[in-house]
Design a protein around this ligand. Sequence first.
Ligand code: C2E
Ligand code: CA
Ligand code: CA
Length: 759
Amino acid sequence: MREQFTVIFLLLILGLMTCVNIATRSRKKISRPVGLLLAALIPPVTGNLLIICSTVQLYADIGRYIYFIGMDFVMFALMKFTDAYCGRPEKRIALRNICYALLLIDAVQLFSNIFFGHAFGTEMIEVEGAPYYTFVPYIGQAFHRAVDYGLLVGVMIIFIARMIRAPRIYLERYAVIFITMMICAAWQTLYIFSRAPIDRSMIGFGVFGLLIFYFSLYYRPLRLLDRMLADVASQMNEALFFFDAGERCIWANEPAMKFSELTEDDLEKVPDFLEWRFEYIKDLHAEEWSSPYEIGTGDSKKYYFLDKHTLRDEKGRVTGSFLRVRDNTEEQKKLQRELWCASHDILTGLYTREFMYERIHQALTEDPDTDYYIVFVDVKNFKIVNDIFSTAFGDHALRRIAARIRGFSTENWVYGRLAGATFGVCLPVGEFQEEQLERRLSGFIVSDGNHEYHLLIHLGVYQVTDRSADVATMFDRAYVALSEIDEDYSRHIAYYDEELRSKLVWEQHISTQLGEAIANRQIQPYLQPIVDSSGRPVGAEALVRWIHPEDGFLSPGSFIPVFEKNGMIVEVDRYMWRCACEILSRWSDELPDLFISVNISPKDFYFMDVVSEIKGLTEEYGIEPRRLRIEITETVMMNDGEDRMRILNEFRELGFIVEMDDFGSGYSSLNMLKDMPVDVLKIDMKFLSISQNRDRARKIVQSIIGLSADLGIESLTEGVEAEYQYNALHEMGCKLFQGYLFSKPVPVADFEKYCRDSR
Ligand code: C2E
Ligand code: CA
Ligand code: CA
């Protein structure tokens, strides 16, 4: 009996020491209090081992002290462990400190039994024929028991509270330790009352320690894991079907149950259901696969993504599999919407420019045998529609145009909105019906029920010749063609053709050379004399000439309109004004009374402060302002009339003489004359088509001259080619004349000679 217990206790000690060793090496937070508790259990077991083995009283006494005081240490460690295992120790700080104090007092009083003998005494009995020293409890021992039992009860209460509060799933975690504690306590109590010589309950303590070791450090509540995994799986949006190795469905999460509309009892129907739902699942039971599926059509179409995974154990045997069914419908529809938005214009529903370019490029490359037109559709003055009516009406108009294009189109067309009120179309040449289009475009009316507006729509057409060119460039060409019909209200369609192309090439050619031409004096002023009624030159008009090294003598008609269009006229004029000032300053001695008229293009007013520019030049060359005459045309007054009026007045106030050029050529009316701040009216004979109806022309000129004289405006007739014109104009009261009759525009030196000769 003694030997048996010796072995058992030794084994327990060994086991506890091993566990302490493992616990101290674990990195878990709980491992320290566990290690402490296991270590604390070693002394009482050792103490008991000593008691059992001893046949000498001293050793038995030592063992007993180790046992009793060790139990205080066990209680201390148990409290520490309980704090860590059950949590929330902060609630019991004060109470715990009292407990620690009690334990300390108990340990001290047990130790002092050496001196006072108040706690227990020793009694020798005979066990298995050998002396065995059992103990006799006194009052101190009663205190010891009260403290230890009290604390044990306290700890058990904490465990009970934990068990009540914890979710059911955690119950076993506390219950196992609680029950073991109960057993240990009961066993110990039994020992105390049975007064058996050997404390067998020590075995319980040892087992208790080992259980704590296992539950704290290694126990995984598998049921808990199960539940948690099932919960997580059910909370996923994806439907999950789990199969065992025999491909029977053993579990499905909530979305899967909903998706299949099956109940837990119908799980065996899952494979059939899946094969029916995704009719073309080839082999549901294949091990690993994934595939997208589309079910239904139109708006109710659903998109799914399925993937199947097979699970294996460490030996590679199939243990089960699961199928995931993800409903992608929202994502897919969103993607499609985004794709649509990125490629379509929201307002009109047509392609965006970039997407249209892409599609056109594709059409051109995929169909190399068909000839295509690129059409630039432009709504003229669309801004007015927005301004007069409303943006809403403008939007409505754009939608109508888009609908019209869509209506005309066949599946061979690619079309879209370029920007603002411009659209683009690419269509086979054979499908472009010019006459029909012309007819339709000339009467394009939009109405929203309240308003009606006649839209002017122009088409610039480019036939694709070079398919490798950028689609953007093709549209640029179609756009360029549009410029040909800007002023022509009877036409709505213009083509980019060879003539237009060479015109553009020419424009490009001269535009790049202008700067150099000015610097090299290829650009020169020619002077055309202006004479008085006696035929004597009183001044000249400076007219630009370009003596081009390759293209020869260029008259302004070939380049002025180009530069007026692109704004480079500013450079020409600025240079011409400087030349005029230079000439005038040179004439200051010999020809001090002569003036020079310079032309000012309407565009000049947009790009510079014309007054300060010209004033600056006259100051630089020291020229009296009246010697530099300013020629403007009536188109200058067409835009921003008031501002231009102010500018002309400024010129006049500074002493410049302002001439109205080409009077009668455009929209000018006699009525407008009275408000015009000009000094001289230049009437161009060519606008009066004299040859056709001499009498009528005569009357018109007569009245213009008469009226302007009444208004204090001097008349100058230009384009005078014949003697009879000169005489007639003279009679009508015209004071100044200019024309081939007197001289063509000539180089400055020739003009100077002309003046000398006519003196
Ligand atoms: P314009 O200002 O009306 O100039 C008069 C034009 O009539 C000149 O043509 C001149 O050569 C021409 N001409 C003069 N007498 C007769 C005649 O008896 N019969 C006919 N048939 N024509 C006559 P040019 O020099 O070719 O200039 C054409 C236009 O170019 C000018 O018309 C003017 O608008 C513009 N221009 C010329 N030089 C300049 C310039 O330096 N700056 C600007 N902005 N425009 C200029
Ligand atoms: Ca002129
Ligand atoms: Ca003129």
